[in-house]
Write a protein of this length. Structure first.
Length: 149
């Protein structure tokens, strides 16, 4: 059974999401991309954190669209593990970067101010744009659907 290990440890399998809920998460992901870009020059730590949140929200949307949601503690780590299993070996580098961002964002928020350089924040935003677009396409079957208003 797919996700069997995750189901035992991390996931609720009884969650039925509404399409509006998934759409809202993707809209937040795209909103956060714009906000992250706006903060690159003045606040690289925040730009990085917001880019990470964009990836996280898109990933949560993918979980919901598959009928799962994280539960309990360490929900961010649960989302990363779900994405690792969902996307498979072909996306190992992307998932590893997502997990690296998760860890660094935690340190930047809770432990060390000024941890993220502008270059690193720019790379995080570029990664987030690509990742969110790919996940949006997986969910909707269409590109840019959530950005055009």
């Amino acid at each position: 059974m797919p996700y069997e290990r995750l189901l035992k440890i991390y996931l609720s399998i009884t969650y039925s999401s509404r399409p509006a809920e998934i759409k809202q998460l993707l809209e937040v992901a795209h909103r956060d991309l714009i906000t992250a870009e706006k903060n690159l020059a003045d606040a690289p730590d925040w730009a990085y954190s917001i880019a990470y949140n964009s990836v996280l929200q898109a990933s949560r949307a993918l979980m919901l669209s598959d009928g799962f949601r994280p539960r309990g503690g360490e929900q961010h780590a649960t989302v990363v593990e779900f994405i690792r299993e969902k996307l498979g070996a072909a996306h190992t580098n992307q998932v590893n970067l997502f997990d690296q961002m998760r860890r660094k964002r935690h340190r930047a928020i809770y432990e060390i101010a000024g941890l993220v350089s502008k270059t690193e924040a720019e790379q995080a935003v570029a990664f987030a744009k690509e990742f969110v677009e790919e996940v949006s396409e997986l969910i909707t079957g269409q590109s840019k659907l959530w950005r055009d208003k």
